[in-house]
Design a protein around this ligand. Structure first.
Ligand code: ATP
Length: 135
């Protein structure tokens, strides 16, 4: 099977660096599946999962949005935050989810706080889903 090198990088450092057979993730324009030899591409990514397939196994990463760049021999994902499914702290994500839900139910909030709370809720739900492999 042909492979392509994939790097997932955050401001805190690299999260994943390996060769895989297929990368799939959610771009703002829709689901993307990238195989070796894909045409060059730059795409903004949503809060969601990155699936990395190799030798019949799928590694899952929770991604808090970012930018995907495809070059002939390399896929790079620059993310605000990214965690391997196995590195996700489920209790922390559960607490973040409850905090965000609480904020969304408060009254008289500013729009900007509402948007922030919605994004925090999405990140937390995404981490819980990736950790449970419900993606
Ligand atoms: P919290 O309120 O728990 O900090 P958050 O969504 O605001 O959640 P981020 O700002 O997205 O957190 O991330 C800050 C850093 O913490 C990043 O390095 C991210 O990878 C890490 N992180 C956040 N939540 C978790 C989690 N549940 N498990 C592991 N790492 C996490």
């Amino acid at each position: 099977m042909k492979t392509i090198k994939v790097s997932v990088v955050t401001p805190d450092g690299p999260v994943f660096d390996s060769d895989v057979e297929m990368v799939s993730t959610k771009a703002k324009s829709g689901e993307l599946g990238i195989l070796p030899g894909h045409i060059p591409l730059v795409a903004p990514l949503e809060i969601g999962a990155v699936r990395l397939k190799k030798a019949g196994k799928t590694e899952l990463i929770a991604l808090s949005g970012g930018l995907l760049e495809v070059r002939p021999d390399q896929v790079t994902i620059l993310a605000q935050a990214a965690e391997l499914a196995t590195d996700i702290d489920v209790e922390r994500a559960q607490r973040a989810k409850e905090r965000a839900e609480h904020r969304l139910h408060e009254q008289h909030q500013e729009d900007i706080d509402f948007k922030r709370a919605q994004l925090a809720l999405q990140r937390a739900i995404n981490r819980l889903a990736v950790s449970d492999r419900r993606m």
